[in-house]
Design a protein around this ligand. Structure first.
Ligand code: NAD
Length: 369
């Protein structure tokens, strides 16, 4: 059976299951299946359902049956809500699951997004969306074919300090934007971690933390870059960095003439965004943490702290989870869709290529670098 026809039949089965759920009168919050009970899925996302209004935990997917049973029991879920990676596709028959949230190592994002879409589920996928442009395109195509939404876990778009920074940048408080600087990193200590294995991570600090610097450059300027120049500095004798980069610097040129200077690293802790305009600055430090981000704005040494009121959602995580549920209910596209993740993947591929080839890479928005 060809793939399109098989996807159609699988999608039709899942649609029938969803219709049965509606016919049975199930309403209220949409159900999420969390795939991967690691530090982000288990410790950060699952506890957030208590802060959600439109989302609830409906299933867990794990390679560790004892852990899965413990987590399910803690959240009042029965045996039917537990899946292994091998039997994950059975999720298509579970009408309690509307959305699959992929919290796995980066190289597994494409496979589980595509399997979830084929099972007729909407998908939230962690950042980086994938390890290549080709994977990201396949993920978008699979969700489109299944008629399902795809959102990337760019939580910062639901974080009040960053939202206010974007608003201030657009309001012209710093004047005409000339320059953005952003560095993100943390110290990787354990060489055995999947983040340091290229086959599972797709790359080093750029894939993990650099994507925050890249996103910041794009959302603070509100522009798409037209050129990138990158340079990698990694001590390859360090056993942590045998396969992936430690420090990488890249410069983005924007159509307005603004420039962004970005950096990521796995050998220092840094979390910072600075925007300079011809009238002043907007600065965030820490900028993109889970909580307690801080911001200043002003000029000429007279910068003042900006007190940002809490957002509509209890936390950025709850805001992100409820946003996708709300988009599904109302038929809107998520503000950080698969296409947004793909834009970053195109730039990331160009950053690596520029560092490898030692030259500036021109970018055409919407096309492969
Ligand atoms: P982790 O190592 O803590 O968890 C990974 C999970 O995947 C574990 O449950 C592990 O058992 C499972 N897994 C399945 N197959 C595996 C394999 N072959 N090798 C290793 N693990 C395997 O990682 P994490 O920190 O939870 O990261 C998961 C994803 O979440 C990554 O894509 C990461 O970039 C993303 N993340 C996002 C944020 C954010 O703020 N948005 C923060 C942390 C992590």
């Amino acid at each position: 059976m060809d793939m399109l026809r098989r996807d159609f039949l699988i999608g039709a089965t899942a649609l029938a299951a969803a219709s049965r759920a509606v016919a049975q009168g199930r309403s209220g919050p949409l159900g999420y299946a969390i795939v991967g009970l690691g530090s982000y899925g288990l410790d950060r996302i699952i506890p957030e359902f208590r802060n959600c209004r439109h989302s609830r935990l409906a299933a867990v997917v794990s390679g560790d049956p004892a852990k899965a049973r413990r987590v399910a029991a803690e959240h009042g879920l029965g045996e039917r809500a537990i899946y292994s990676y091998a039997d994950f596709d059975r999720i298509r028959d579970n009408p309690d699951v509307d959305i699959v949230y992929v919290c796995l190592p980066n190289a597994m994002h494409a496979e589980y997004t595509i399997r979830a879409a084929r099972a007729g589920k909407h998908v939230m996928c962690e950042k980086p969306m994938a390890t290549s442009v080709a994977e990201a395109e396949a993920m978008i195509a699979a969700c489109k074919r299944a008629g399902r939404k795809l959102m990337i876990g760019y939580r910062v778009h639901f974080e009040p300090t960053n939202l206010e920074a974007m608003r201030l940048a657009r309001s012209g408080v710093a004047g005409r934007i000339r320059y953005v600087r952003s560095e993100h990193g943390f110290v990787q200590r354990d060489p055995s971690k999947w983040r340091l294995k290229k086959a599972l991570s797709g790359g080093g600090s750029l894939m993990d933390m650099g994507i925050y610097s890249l996103q910041a450059a794009r959302y603070m300027t509100g522009e798409e870059p037209i050129a990138v120049t990158a340079r990698e500095s990694t001590d390859r004798r360090d056993p942590r960095f045998a396969e992936v980069e430690d420090i990488i610097d890249w410069t983005l040129e924007f159509p307005s003439g603004a420039v962004a200077s970005c950096q990521s690293m796995y050998s220092a802790n840094q979390n910072h965004i600075l925007l300079m305009g011809d009238k002043g600055r907007i600065e965030l430090e820490p900028a993109t943490r889970y909580s307690d981000n801080r911001m200043w704005t002003g000029a000429d040494g007279r910068e003042q702290a900006v007190v940002v009121p809490p957002g509509a959602a209890a936390t950025q995580f709850a805001g992100q989870l409820d946003h996708l549920a709300d988009c599904i209910a109302t038929g809107r596209e998520p503000i950080v869709s698969g296409e947004e993740g793909l834009r970053d993947m195109r730039i990331i591929e160009a950053i690596y290529r520029s560092a490898r080839e030692g030259r500036t890479i021109r970018l055409t928005p919407g096309s492969r670098a």
